[in-house]
Design a binder for this molecule. Structure first.
Ligand SMILES: Cc1cc2nc3c(=O)[nH]c(=O)nc-3n(C[C@H](O)[C@H](O)[C@H](O)COP(=O)(O)O)c2cc1C
Length: 468
């Protein structure tokens, strides 16, 4: 039996944590041929020769099963692997790969590994292949026998499914893309144009046709303001290659690449009040170029890089059918420290409605920026930063010293304490009588401070203190 391993790690076959599982599988299943293809490195500059791509595709077609093996990069697969997936679609590979069994294997810090798996699950089905599950492990957990046992079973299940040609349930519908809708932007009357009042606003986009819906949505947003809004095209930023996870940046946030990207982030992306991403959806995400743009931001470490910024999205595509992508957008804004104002797409409504939505988003972003409104944290950042905190405090913090300094300065090493009072209370609460007594008074105790607060509340004083 032959399994083709699509290795998306930009570190290649030898230095990849994820690939260690393949070497393990080779030892545990010696009758199976695991043929690894080093996609992450081959596509580091996001290009691949046509004949090399065709050879890889041929190899995939000849396999009994495919294992997608990659590190999680910024909630998804690395940009290099994303590019390869785009090439598969461009080459109609779904026809030749139809019915092939496919599993997903990844290592990470378990920070949004779930969104990466969700993406790959959908992609496998879009390529008409049979999804046989995922295996996710923390980069440093290979030494745990129970994890290796799970991995062993994961591979065994894939092999069993192939041998017995088992049916697999389908989870995702094919994307139903709105066709023939042409958005017509309306003009904004001079007296309704918004004054940015010194707020810095930029639009980040990719090559787009001015006559496309996205182009016209950008035009509408820009024309909502009296002031000129800068538009940056990520295709014209000098990006020499994808993040190779060399971790050089960990010490002082200096990227090993000598190209225009770090400068763009420091001088153009940072220090804005409102950032608009204007993008077109590609397969179940955005383009690999945009992914490259995000991956390379890794040189900033695990710190919020859009703190206090109002984030707006103008999207062309079927976002409502890709809930995973919406989750990613929401989490990215939140973890970055920004506030997601709105996501406007061209998938619903007529031009009039979309025009109103875009204008209102611009207005809302200005108001939020003026009042410093930032949505309260949810599981995304509360949970996410706990993972980062533990990681930076531990062994990886030796490499990520810039993060360590940042977390220390911001008092982010906020581990819970096992206070003496809690320990005493736990002892007391071992008694059924004590638990019963507490239960009777529990809500009174919990709400005592609220009651006190409401008695004293002076509404006008409160609003004055908000400073809005
Ligand atoms: C650019 C970049 C982005 C990353 N993004 C994530 C992430 O979103 N979530 C996560 O848990 N780990 C993330 N990681 C950590 C890697 O997933 C992890 O180190 C992985 O084990 C590396 O696997 P490899 O050695 O096979 O390349 C990121 C690492 C890099 C370099």
């Amino acid at each position: 039996m032959k399994i083709v391993v699509i290795n998306g790690s930009p570190k290649g076959n030898k230095l990849s944590f994820t690939m260690q599982y393949i070497y393990y599988a080779q030892k545990m299943f010696p009758h199976v041929e695991f043929n690894s293809i080093n996609i992450g490195q081959k596509l580091n500059n996001m290009k691949i020769k046509e004949e090399t791509f065709q050879e890889i595709l041929k190899e995939m077609i000849s396999a009994d099963g495919i294992l997608w093996c990659f590190p999680v990069y910024v909630f998804l697969v690395p940009a290099q692997l994303k590019k390869f997936i785009e090439l598969l679609f461009e080459n109609n590979a779904g026809e030749a790969l139809k019915g092939k069994f496919s599993g997903v294997l990844s290592t990470s810090m378990n920070f949004f590994d779930n969104t990466a798996f969700d993406y790959m699950h959908a992609i496998i089905e879009d390529l008409n292949m049979k999804y046989t599950g995922f295996f996710s492990n923390n980069s440093f957990d290979f030494d745990k026998i129970e994890r290796r046992k799970t991995f062993y079973t994961f591979i065994k299940n894939i092999l069993f499914a192939i041998e017995n040609q088992l049916p697999t349930p389908r989870r995702f519908n094919t994307l139903n893309i709105r066709k023939n809708f042409v958005f017509t932007p309306s003009e904004v009357l001079d007296e309704h144009k918004l004054d940015s009042n010194g707020k810095k606003i930029i639009i980040i986009t990719e090559n787009y046709n001015e006559k496309s819906n996205l182009g016209k949505m950008i035009r509408k947003f820009k024309s909502s303001f009296k002031n000129e809004i800068d538009v940056y095209n990520i295709d014209s930023i000098d990006i020499k290659g994808g993040c190779i996870s060399c971790l050089t940046c960990g010490y002082d946030n200096q990227c090993i690449y000598n190209d225009g990207y770090p400068d763009f982030i420091r001088n153009k992306l940072r220090n804005n009040d409102i950032i608009v991403y204007a993008l077109t959806l590609k397969d179940r995400y955005f383009s690999s170029r945009y992914k490259l743009f995000l991956d390379r931001a890794f040189f900033n470490g695990h710190t919020p890089i859009i703190e206090g910024v109002q984030m707006c999205y103008l999207l062309s595509g079927s976002l409502s059918q890709i809930e995973n992508l919406r989750q990613i957008i929401m989490a990215l804004s939140e973890i970055g420290g920004g506030n997601l104002v709105e996501i406007i797409t061209d998938e619903f409504g007529e031009s009039e409605e979309i025009n109103d939505l875009i204008y209102n988003m611009a207005k809302k972003a200005l108001e939020f920026s003026n009042s410093g409104y930032i949505q309260t944290p949810t599981f995304n950042s509360v949970g996410g930063y706990k993972i980062f905190r533990d990681m930076i405090y531990g062994l990886p913090g030796v490499l990520f010293q810039a993060d360590y300094r940042f977390y220390k300065k911001r008092k982010m090493f906020d581990f819970p304490k096992n206070k003496l009072i809690y320990r005493i209370m736990r002892l007391i609460f071992k008694s059924k009588k004590a638990r019963g007594l507490f239960k009777k008074k529990m809500f009174k105790i919990f709400f005592r401070p609220y009651n006190k607060f409401f008695k004293k509340l002076d509404v006008e004083q409160e609003i004055r203190e908000f400073g809005i």
